[in-house]
Design a protein around this ligand. Structure first.
Ligand code: CA
Length: 423
């Protein structure tokens, strides 16, 4: 695909470390102080390209009101051909050898805004939120701690992409602070639960994907076309209160322990932009049932990192506490979507599906504090001797991720959030 050509250069200069070179072109929703209208933009270098302004100038194959509708949903609903045509048109307009935007000083002044002058909003009105549990390393680590190291994986895990229906209402965009949740928890030696603030507040490093092409009720999505139903991906922090979770999760899964907030990154990286970074996912043994068998490589090579900025650390510098990669995920997005709909469950444009915590095989690659600190038993030592078993009030968690190309990156930016005291 021409828009993915590693040799493409934009007249908007980017460094090799930039997450938003011309090969990426992720979509988001932004506003400015001067114009509070929520509108669609594309990140390019340190700038945001206002798609509505380009559409007003008849430079895009989509009417500008679609880009001023407050979310990406109407645009996404136009389908694959429109996603591709729009990305190709923007790629052409940003090329260093195309004078249309490059040499139009007035248009550039209107259409290109510095990223640090805009406010980013939730990119999509989220129809539903489902969270999976698809990292074998994570499921093994959690099963070892909460149940039995000898039988860490429950018998169904190697056969089903395990998931549950989460809350779309509390999905928030990066930068939204959240209050520590209160709820029921049962202390280890107590006979009865108490009502209290969570003492074991955690993050979960995940990615999420948005459904772009829906399926009708009763019509499952075949695994071979499942990826065509996906518009793009974001980074996702599935905040989790472990003490609430451990008391409530049997028999129907997490409830209040995860419903108080889920943070996503503001820029949706399209599946087209991720295509060059497609890789094989881990071999699956035993072979899954036929409806889950893949005939293409459905993994993606996405480097991921998590930082923690401790409330009392006066330097204010984020400390890296996890480095891992999405490519280790056992169950793929295509398998998750095929499994989700095999019952006949329909999906909608804007449905968000979380990957599940992404943990690698080494201790520095675990995607939650639960695993990094062995359920708080072995606290992390950060700069200045600060210790952390779980998240304290005032701590900030940030996640970043990118695909490494030859001399460029297709990145996700970041998702961050600070924990405030309980209300
Ligand atoms: Ca999760």
């Amino acid at each position: 695909m021409q828009a993915n050509d590693p040799k493409l250069k934009s007249f908007i200069a980017t460094t090799p470390e930039s997450h938003f070179p011309i090969q990426n072109l992720p979509y988001g929703i932004f506003s400015t102080g001067a114009d509070p209208t929520l509108r669609a933009g594309i990140a390019i270098g340190d700038s945001v390209l206002d798609l509505a302004i380009l559409a007003d100038a008849d430079l895009l194959p989509v009417p500008s009101e679609i880009f001023r509708s407050g979310s990406l949903n109407q645009f996404v609903a136009l389908g694959h051909a429109t996603w591709r045509a729009t990305r190709d048109a923007v790629s052409q307009l940003l090329r260093d050898d195309n004078p249309v935007l490059r040499d139009n000083r007035a248009l550039r002044a209107n259409a290109l805004l510095p990223q640090d002058h805009v406010t980013l909003h939730l990119p999509i009105d989220i129809a539903g939120y489902t969270d999976f549990y698809s990292s074998k390393e994570h499921a093994t680590n959690v099963g070892s701690m909460f149940r039995d190291p000898e039988n860490a994986l429950l018998p169904n895990w190697l056969h089903i992409p395990i998931g549950y229906n989460g809350r779309a209402s509390s999905v928030v965009v990066s930068g939204t602070d959240l209050h520590r949740p209160k709820g029921q928890l049962k202390l280890p030696d107590a006979d009865a639960p108490i009502f209290a603030s969570s003492r074991k507040l955690d993050f979960e490093l995940e990615t999420g994907f948005f459904v772009g092409q829906p399926n009708a009720l009763g019509e499952p999505i075949d695994i071979d076309v499942a990826e065509q139903h996906i518009f793009g991906m974001v980074l996702l922090n599935d905040w989790s209160a472990r003490d609430l979770q451990q008391w409530e999760y049997v028999p129907l899964g997490p409830f209040n322990s995860k419903s108080f907030g889920t943070s996503i990154s503001p820029w949706v990286v399209t599946m087209e932009a991720l295509e060059p970074f497609r890789v094989a996912s881990p071999a699956q043994q035993p072979a899954p049932l036929p409806y889950l068998q893949q005939h293409t490589d459905n993994g993606y090579d996405i480097a991921l990192e998590v930082t923690l900025t401790a409330a009392e650390d006066k330097s204010g510098l984020p400390q890296t506490i996890c480095k891992t990669n999405f490519k280790a995920m056992y169950w793929t997005m295509a398998q998750q979507l095929a499994h989700h709909t095999v019952s006949g469950c329909n999906t909608k444009v804007g449905d968000l599906m979380g990957s599940g915590t992404i943990s690698g095989s080494t201790p520095d690659a675990f995607g939650s504090l639960l695993e990094l600190t062995k359920n708080g038993q072995k606290p992390l030592t950060l700069a200045d001797g600060v210790q952390r078993g779980f998240i304290q009030d005032g701590d900030e968690i940030a996640m970043t991720g990118w695909c490494q190309g030859d001399g460029y990156r297709v990145g996700f930016g970041s998702v961050s959030g600070k924990i405030l005291p309980s209300r």
